[in-house]
Design a protein around this ligand. Sequence first.
Ligand code: IDP
Ligand code: MG
Length: 175
Amino acid sequence: MLERTLVLIKPDAVQRGLVGEIISRFERIGLILDEMKLLIPDEQIVKKHYPDDLNWLRNAGGKTIETYQKFQLNLMDDLGTVDVIEIGKIIRKWLIQHLTSGPTIAMILSGNHAVEVTRKIVGSTIPLFAELGTIRGDFSIDSPDYSTPQKRVLMNLVHASESLSEANREINLWF
Ligand code: IDP
Ligand code: MG
């Protein structure tokens, strides 16, 4: 099942000098690096990459709400709202600020079940809960209860397409 998927090495990872380490993790499992470029993304491409979509907003906002509940913290104090969509919109704004803040690497990886394999190597969204052995789990301990009071998005180093249709859409957007 040969697939192609899109990966972004986000500005936090580039600034930390983790580009080589991250690429080598994709290479050593056998994924093929088909295309790669370094750019400072403009707002337009990032807004298209993360569209103003209700499901996405609900999902992103939900992760912050769940984390605050888990640690019994008060989201109203830190964010001034507990509305999941409103929180999603704030996160999207911070995400656009982050991705336009500096050099980012966009790449296309290909291989057997490349979408799923790449997500497995990247790990789950919140680094604090991501498994050791994944990029996010090995190189970050960030979590929403830490990042939200600092009014910034989660620094989780990489983006990887979640499905084949998302991969196709994102490859056309970035390449
Ligand atoms: P993913 O990157 O694991 O696919 P998405 O839900 O698609 O996760 O969210 C895109 C990006 O938005 C995440 O990688 C992360 O940088 C940021 N993000 C998602 N949820 C939160 C949150 O609750 N707080 C802060 N940032 C978040
Ligand atoms: Mg995603």
